[in-house]
Write a protein that binds this ligand. Structure first.
Ligand SMILES: *[C@@H]1O[C@H](CO)[C@@H](O)[C@H](O)[C@H]1NC(C)=O
Ligand SMILES: *[C@@H]1O[C@H](CO)[C@@H](O)[C@H](O)[C@H]1NC(C)=O
Ligand SMILES: *[C@@H]1O[C@H](CO)[C@@H](O)[C@H](O)[C@H]1NC(C)=O
Length: 414
């Protein structure tokens, strides 16, 4: 008998601070520093009210920066005068937020033509489990800081455990497209075109790894990224900098107010602890770990703490290129493949690095889904289905490679 854990959430009373942030007039600009001093100046913007959508990392590498109205004039002119290039990406992000909301109101139910709420997603998971009770399970691997269940949807046909693939999403709260793609994937595996994939593999899908943050993006601040654990000065840690593998070595902040705060210790967050404690129980069969993020259209290989290439780099790169070919076939969406540090910036303490480095799993990948900055985190709901479809086209290549058993893990390089 399966015990389904399904908790109806106590509504968290949001008092005076429950007001949703109004982002009217906030713009996103792509700023490329050319010198170290320009880079340093750019990094300072975070301290005066800018929010990085893509972190400044190096000379010549663009950063995407959300600027409140008061920073769009003089501040931008100073950066320009210093020699940085500035490109306008989004004029007024509130328009996009309003569009998301009206799509959700129009639809009024779970689906992939609008972004669903936490409750709608959980109801969908439960409904799918009840529809396919014999070979699915819905269970909690732990609780979030505010007490929400971290619900894993497991698909396992037959009586014996098979090679397993893990997929997780929404560790970063504002990356709504990721949980939408995760639930789309569940639906395809159960009711759609991809049911065949469940004959060879067991699937574990954790659609919302950071439920507190996710709910907060719906109620208060659309652009929240971190967990919601309380600290002395600021709330939350970047869960994807909190894993205990080369924790806090690079690309994470020890400032609790920073968006990339790694937490007060490795695995300080309940959400990362849950993964730490659960993954070992399935690691024997686990051959694929995939983490979904947005945005940038990247297929990222380990590791994030160093640009030293893993021993299977060539195999991974070859696979990544084939995945990218597949994701491009339907809508010509171009994904780029590479090591995290080569493509983005150093970022240690991520979930993929920990899974790879600690559990010797054959294949670990991180996807940065659509888009490349036209809408960024505010990807229009009309793009959910195409994004999911092309992701599944890419996943097909992964499934095939894992069927062939061509990717061997290697523990040597840390
Ligand atoms: C946000 O602020 C703008 C301008 O101040 C205003 O016109 C708009 O109605 C506000 N939106 C909401 C949802 O409060
Ligand atoms: C599920 O399992 C039960 C008991 O083993 C069986 O009676 C039932 O037919 C199965 N349902 C499906 C849809 O396979
Ligand atoms: C995983 O790696 C092992 C070697 O350690 C190999 O025997 C196996 O075929 C690989 N499995 C897959 C699915 O790639």
């Amino acid at each position: 008998m399966e015990i389904v854990i399904y908790v109806v959430l106590a509504s968290f009373t949001l008092s005076a601070c429950s007001e949703r942030i109004n982002y009217t007039g906030y713009a996103v600009k792509r700023i490329t520093p050319k010198t170290e001093s320009q880079l340093a100046a750019l990094k300072q913007l975070e301290n005066i009210g800018a929010l990085f959508w893509k972190e400044p990392s190096a000379r010549g590498r663009p950063a995407d920066v959300l600027l409140p109205p008061n920073l769009q004039g003089e501040m931008v002119n100073i950066l320009k005068a210093m020699g940085s290039t500035v490109e306008n990406l989004i004029e007024n992000i509130q328009v996009l937020i309003d569009n998301e909301e009206s799509a959700a109101k129009r639809t009024g139910q779970f689906g992939w033509t609008a972004y669903s709420s936490f409750e709608e997603i959980n109801a969908f998971l439960l409904e799918q489990h009840e529809k396919h009770p014999n070979y699915t399970r819905l269970f909690s691997i732990g609780k979030s800081f505010e007490g929400r269940d971290l619900l894993v949807f497991k698909i396992s046909r037959g009586s014996k455990p098979k090679k397993s693939i893990w997929l997780d999403a929404n560790i970063h709260a504002r990356e709504w497209i990721t949980s939408a793609v995760a639930t789309f994937t569940i639906n395809e595996l159960l009711n759609g075109e991809r049911t065949g994939w469940t004959r060879d593999f067991d699937w574990y899908i954790l659609s919302i790894l950071n439920p507190d943050g996710f709910v907060y993006t719906k109620t208060n601040n659309r652009l929240w990224r971190k967990t919601r654990s309380t600290g002395l000065r600021c709330i939350g840690a970047d869960a994807n900098r909190n894993f205990g593998f080369h924790w806090m070595e690079s690309g994470s902040s020890n400032n609790p107010c920073s968006e990339t705060y790694g937490g007060k210790s490795a695995f300080s967050e309940l959400e990362t602890q849950a993964l730490r404690d659960y993954i070992p129980s399935i690691s024997k069969h686990l051959v694929g770990y995939i983490s979904l993020h947005s945005y940038s259209q990247l297929i990222l290989l380990p590791y994030g703490h160093s640009n030293k290439h893993i021993p299977q780099y060539d195999t991974y790169m070859d696979l990544g290129h084939r995945i990218a070919q597949a994701t491009a076939t339907r809508y010509q969406t171009m994904y780029t493949t590479g090591n995290i540090v080569d493509l983005l910036y150093a970022a240690s303490g991520g979930s993929m690095d920990w899974v790879k480095g600690t559990h010797n799993i054959n294949l670990t990948l991180t996807f940065e889904l659509r888009d490349t900055g036209r809408y960024g985190f505010l990807l229009p709901p009309t793009e959910i289905i195409p994004t999911a479809e092309e992701f599944l086209d890419g996943l097909e290549v992964i499934v095939q490679s894992l069927r062939d058993g061509i990717i061997t893990p290697d523990f040597k390089e840390h």
